[in-house]
Design a protein around this ligand. Structure first.
Ligand code: SF4
Length: 287
């Protein structure tokens, strides 16, 4: 399936469409200019995936609190999930049975915007596979593909038409804005009551991860209780679908700067947001 063509078709049809934007956007784009550009492109709603990331974290927390009888492996990275499925099927039971931020956000949007078509935009190529498996997202684009749309439809870097000058449709979360950074998941898990620092291993890069998987024994990797792993070098900030040319170190700085800005100037819906949007949604999954 050609996700770019599908997205174009939806936007041309003028159907109400919600854009679910990965928080890595700010590594390559300016905020809030990108949101204005997305609205000028034709998205009716634009939401940030950070609220979905919070739901992923809360689901992880509930699972970890219940039972740590194995080394749990974080599962938001579809490349990692497919690696386990294809080469390490005995580790499927170690994958955290919870949806990724994209999956969680899709379910939240289904509830809040039930008539809207859903489009995901982020740095990741394999999210296309995850989106198709989910069945609720029409199209999953990379930032590189988004660039093609901006060029084709002549969307300027600075949009000035007042009708597009609106930032995110709330709901979002400030602390999970660092999710695309390697270790961003575990550092926002608020795990102090259930995991110590020594129980967690953060690693990135396919080569490092296959070494870890090769060394699992009887459901455990050494004495670690939780592995926070991302297959791209540099985590999602090194994703193949990133649009710009900044080095990962600079992208990381931009992410933290945006998180700090949001903490100061944007409102986190916090617990009220959770109650408002997710009652009755099951964020757990099987592999
Ligand atoms: S680490 Fe790479 S492959 Fe994995 S979710 Fe992030 S961008 Fe996608």
């Amino acid at each position: 399936m050609d996700h770019l063509k599908v997205c174009e078709k939806i936007l041309k049809s003028k159907k109400d469409t919600v854009c679910m934007l990965a928080p890595s956007f700010v590594a390559d784009y300016e905020y809030p200019d990108l949101i204005y550009r997305l609205r000028a492109l034709g998205f009716d709603k634009v939401v940030e995936l950070t609220f979905g990331a919070k739901m992923t974290n809360l689901t992880y927390y509930a699972i970890l609190k219940e039972d740590i009888d194995r080394t749990w492996i974080a599962s938001p990275c579809p490349t990692l999930v497919n690696l386990v499925r294809n080469k390490y099927p005995h580790l499927i039971k170690n994958l955290m049975p919870a949806h990724s931020p994209m999956g969680c956000m899709s379910f939240v949007c289904q509830k809040v915007y039930p008539k809207h078509k859903q489009v995901f935009i982020g740095p990741c190529l394999t999210k296309k596979i995850e989106a198709q498996e989910l069945g609720t997202i029409e199209s999953a684009l990379t930032y590189k593909e988004l660039e093609q749309l901006f060029t084709k439809y002549k969307i300027p870097e600075k949009v000035t038409d007042r009708k597009y000058l609106k930032t995110f449709d709330k709901f979002y979360n400030d602390y999970t804005k660092i999710y695309p950074v390697s270790g961003g998941l575990s550092s926002t898990l608020h795990h102090n009551e259930i995991l110590k620092k020594k129980d967690i291993l953060v690693e990135e890069g396919l080569g490092n991860i296959t070494k870890i998987f090769d060394d699992f024994k009887d459901g455990w990797y050494k004495k670690y209780k939780f592995l926070d792993l991302l297959t791209c070098d540099g985590g999602c900030l090194g994703g193949i679908g990133m649009a710009g040319h900044f080095p990962v170190s600079q992208r990381k700085k931009r992410i933290y700067k945006y998180r700090d800005y949001a903490r100061r100037y944007e409102k986190d819906l916090g617990r009220a947001g959770k109650k408002m949007h997710v009652k009755g949604i099951d964020f757990t999954r099987d592999f």
